[in-house]
Design a protein. Structure first.
Length: 104
């Protein structure tokens, strides 16, 4: 009997961040399409899926979030790039996207 490895999602702080991290699929929540970079960042070329994750769920790549242990864990909003993830993960992400409410 083999133990099944939990699925992980590769995330980045921004769509063009050279650094990435992995998080368990179960830790990914509130997936939305974001087309505004927020803050003082430059514009993004197209909308990308972003998800909320608690920083203590980062499995590797902790450099994408500079954490103050005194106030941890922190909620971070991270980009999920299709090119970084498997078709299975990408399908799951698409299925979790929050859709706007349909007009009555």
């Amino acid at each position: 009997m083999t133990e099944k490895t939990p699925l992980t999602v590769v995330v980045r702080r921004r769509w063009n961040d050279p650094h990435s991290a992995k998080v368990p699929l179960a830790a990914v929540r509130e997936v939305v399409i974001k087309n505004d970079p927020g803050g003082i960042c430059g514009p993004i070329p197209r909308p990308f899926p972003y998800a909320r994750v608690w920083c203590d769920q980062l499995l590797d790549g902790r450099a994408i979030h500079l954490c103050d242990p005194a106030t941890a864990p922190h909620e971070v909003h991270l980009c999920v790039l299709e090119a970084d993830n498997s078709p299975e993960i990408n399908a799951w992400i698409r299925g979790k996207l929050r859709r706007p409410a349909t007009p009555i």
